[in-house]
Ligand binder design. Structure first.
Ligand code: NAD
Length: 367
């Protein structure tokens, strides 16, 4: 909170408690100074959100690519329907080396959108330099790296949030509401699917090198794994297999069991075929209802009961914008990031790393 007050602009007519404990009049307008490291596909989406937030100012950018750090994004590709094509920015400061941005003065929060193998170093440097950190998922490539990030956050007293965007996705929020209501009984079983071609846009093809991305098990499957950690916590047991594609653990078949008997199963894939379509969905069986979502049809989120099938209408909003606004709003208000706590992100990382370990142990199929 003290940090936020450092950048407070006090408007006439309201009240602010100053650092010496006295009340002064004025409306508090916190302005957070943001640095963004990594200006590829995700970096540009976050940049657009930060530029639009009334209490944030993007003061520094870092990327190896000189065009991108100068705010020119002509060549960017990705697989999301986010309108970022027209984005233009002339940053006050820019750095080729993300380390320089993480340690620069005059920045309150750093958003890390670098390839995954750089997350731990960037996050730890920024936290230890006294900055709040938003870091894209996956948190890191190994649990000990994730633990290091949590330690750096605890030592510095700064906020760390990992971008598990499905926690802000309208359909998954609607599921959470149904689950928490208990109206249809307890969950008995859940299955999740998330498949498509491996990303082709990554900087120097980093997604295709498991030592940089972790393959689909860490990069893609982690989305559904985090849903289960969010809704039901850590499973009692994990059993994972699948196949490698071009040396990467990219076809994931996994099953989690919970102490109360709940069974969750997952299929996640980065297909070998470059034209393989992307789709995702789930089926969640409760005692008295089934929740369904399949991105391949237009039915949206469905709730089936004995009485029939109803569509649960959800707001059409960008989960990335909601997520980024939540992070900035928490910083401005001095509140913890309870909707996406880093301890849970670490639990999710531990689960997917266990799956990766089992896949490596059972490696047989694939090429
Ligand atoms: N939440 C989601 O839905 C989602 C979707 C895609 C990617 N991601 C995650 O976001 C992160 C970034 O992925 P992306 O798709 O934006 O990748 P990308 O390759 O498009 O972007 C990475 C950027 O980092 C820059 N970079 C790489 N190494 C650098 C270095 N040493 N110093 C400075 N700049 C460097 C590159 O020039 C590039 O602009 C990854 O962790 C990825 O898993 C999340």
């Amino acid at each position: 909170m003290a940090d936020a007050f450092r950048n407070a602009i006090v408007k006439p007519g309201a009240w602010l408690l100053c650092s010496r404990g006295a009340w002064i009049s004025g409306e508090v307008d916190i302005m957070l100074r943001i640095g963004l490291a990594g200006l590829g596909f995700m970096g540009r989406i976050h940049l657009k959100n930060f530029l639009a937030h009334p209490q944030a100012r993007v003061v520094a950018l870092a990327d190896e690519d000189a065009d991108r750090r100068a705010g020119r994004f002509g060549d960017l590709q990705g697989n999301l329907d986010e309108d970022v094509a027209a984005l233009r920015i002339q940053p006050e400061r820019s750095f080729a080396d993300f380390r320089d941005l993480c340690e620069a003065d005059g920045i309150d929060a750093v958003a890390i959108c670098l390839p995954t193998d750089l997350h731990e170093e960037a996050a730890a440097r920024a936290l230890r330099a006294g900055k709040h950190v938003f870091c894209e998922k996956p948190m890191a490539l190994a649990p000990d790296q994730g633990r290091g990030m949590l330690e750096a956050a605890a030592d510095s007293g700064k906020t760390l949030m990992i971008g598990h965007c499905l926690r802000f996705w309208p359909e998954y929020l609607a599921v959470e509401k149904v689950l928490r209501s208990g109206e249809y009984g307890r969950p008995l079983a859940a299955s999740f699917v998330r498949c498509g071609a491996a990303p082709r846009w990554g900087h120097r093809q980093w997604f295709h090198r498991a030592q940089r991305s972790g393959g689909a098990v860490l990069d893609l499957h982690i989305h559904d794994a985090d849903l289960c950690v969010w809704w039901w916590g850590r499973p009692e047991s994990i059993s994972a297999g699948g196949a490698y594609v071009d040396g990467n653990p990219n076809i994931v078949h996994s099953r989690w069991r919970y102490a109360d008997g709940l069974s969750a199963q997952f299929e996640s894939a980065w297909e070998a075929a470059g034209a393989a379509p992307f789709y995702y969905g789930f089926k969640i069986t409760l005692e008295r209802a089934t929740l369904l979502l399949d991105s391949r049809n237009a039915n949206g989120l469905q709730l089936a009961t004995d009485k029939g099938v109803e569509r649960i209408e959800v707001e059409k909003v960008s989960a990335y914008t909601a997520q980024d606004n939540y992070f900035l709003d928490c910083l401005a208000a001095g509140k913890p990031v309870d909707r996406c706590p880093p301890e849970q992100s670490l639990a999710t990382l531990e689960c997917v790393c266990e799956e990766a370990r089992q896949m490596a142990g059972a490696r047989g199929g694939g090429r």
